[in-house]
Write a protein that binds this ligand. Sequence first.
Ligand SMILES: [Zn+2]
Length: 140
Amino acid sequence: MAVVLIAEDDEDIALILSRLLTRAGHTVRHAPDGVRALELAEAERPDVVLTDLGMPRMDGLELTRAIREHSELRDIPIVMLSGHLHPGDNAPIAAGVCSVLLKPCPNDKLREVIGDLVDLGPHGHHGADVGCPARWPVSA
Ligand SMILES: [Zn+2]
């Protein structure tokens, strides 16, 4: 069983994601912004982080960079879920995201990507970055 940290400021979406991932057998933690997500990541050491892009205080790109620069968190797989990215936008991958999903994302695709990253486990995102199978664009 894996711990998935959801960083999402929209409570309705967070609830939907939490239910979906809980039903898929994961333990879910939720943070309403990137600052809280980073605190929770330090405390809970999630197996995967699923982050929104637009959030108060610290957005998804800033959260991703903060995790990748964190000595103990930097290898955690990160998935970005957003309705505001355009196919070909390289910013999330450049920041260190493993995979990008565009809202609305089909439930089975979300489960599949999270499951794949749980199976893959921690991996490097540094330098030549040979550890990550970044699959952008992965979209609905
Ligand atoms: Zn990765």
